[in-house]
Design a protein around this ligand. Sequence first.
Ligand SMILES: *Cc1c(COP(=O)(O)O)cnc(C)c1O
Length: 475
Amino acid sequence: MDIQSSLKKLPSVEAVLENDRLREFITPLSRRGVIRIIRENIDHHRKLILRGDGSPAGKNDLFARIVEDTVRSLEEVSDLRQKRVINATGVILHTNLGRALMGEEACAAVREAASGYVDLEMDMSSGQRVNRMRRVIRLLTLLTGAEDALVVNNNAAAVFLAVNTYARKGRVAISRGELVEIGGSFRLPEILSAAAGEVLEIGTTNRTHLEDYARALDEGASLLLKVHTSNYRVVGFTNQVSLKELVELGKSRQVPVIYDQGSGIIYPYASAGIEGEEDIQSLLETGVDMLSFSADKVLGSAQAGILLGGSTPIARLRSNHLSRVLRVDKLSLAALEQVLIHYWRGEFDRLPVWRMMTADIDSLRIRAEHLADRLRSGLGKEGKISVVAGEGSIGGGSFPINPLPSMLIRINLSAGMAEKLSLLLRRSKPAILVRIKGDSLYLDLRTVDEDDVKLIQDGLEEGLRILLGGSDLNG
Ligand SMILES: *Cc1c(COP(=O)(O)O)cnc(C)c1O
């Protein structure tokens, strides 16, 4: 059939709109969008025809197909919410999966603040308006020893606000070895040039010396910025100036020093066998004017950026009008307050992130073997499912060079099958995310709630049945 006569079979938008099957989707506010979706589907089929790609031959077939596609698109939009994912990757702060999980109490606090009125900005004794951050400021300063604190939307906003406050019309100096990109959308060079009058890039990628900073000060730098390189390390012939040295230089020249710590820790995790990060208290003790970090990465709270430091610099940030633009909402504050209360009370076991980080290897092995056994008996197959030593990671740019030793379930498959099984798992409900390496699938139960293990078993059994039919795992 020629293209012209195929194109003539395309229905009109009105014809599709009047079809009975679309009726339930048409509401006062959806009508315009429904029409747009119909048009998208007709256009899609027009393109297929023009490309000579098998669009249904008969006019009625084509109409039915377009109605079918439209209904599917409409169902999708009617349920366009974030969907639950079972994270079997062992990456605790998985940015693409929403980073930190919060415990029961923090979730309850969020719920209470969301569904009712709260004393967000009112002192109930005086009836006066007060700072919405007063509670987190008190908790943060008591926990860390900082004089003052400020909370904004996220850590990118915290860095932006600090740089903008001190170098809006001036110059911010930063080592070329620290001009990093973190997690795709945080590109430091872009953020700095948007926030500051001028960015003075100093040193080289692998080596920056104190004299480089001193020269930047001679050139009029109004702010010295140091950035934790998070998920990236320069190794070999390197030199970076320590925070302590930089703070001394800044003090001697009366120019503030700000440290973007990003991740890092509040609790001394070293005592729990997790090393490789400096804790925030020690960093503050260097006398740094301010430091910033992500509340979700460091505390296991909802998304927020936290600035800690001296009362004068923090007050200056607070009076920058942009602090209103970057303001944190009541839900994040409700979460953060409860999470900080847990730290204050020493209730680390109420923090899911903490429980995952400190899960001991023996209990992980037992959990892994348990699931492996059930999978073997469920599938009636031996040998291809094993429990092996491996590594998980904290993620979120934290602890990059200190992976977490873990015990993984390994499912060995024939060539190409691992990708296919992983796709089936991602599409199951709830979605299950695993790791793939070579022809094997790996599951780390460190990041999986015990209640979800059965769902993983069901998902894997179903996926393997689809992929392998009745055949043996050896394929
Ligand atoms: C993660 C990170 C950021 C970005 O923080 P967000 O809270 O995601 O905005 C900035 N700097 C460093 C060093 C980081 O690790």
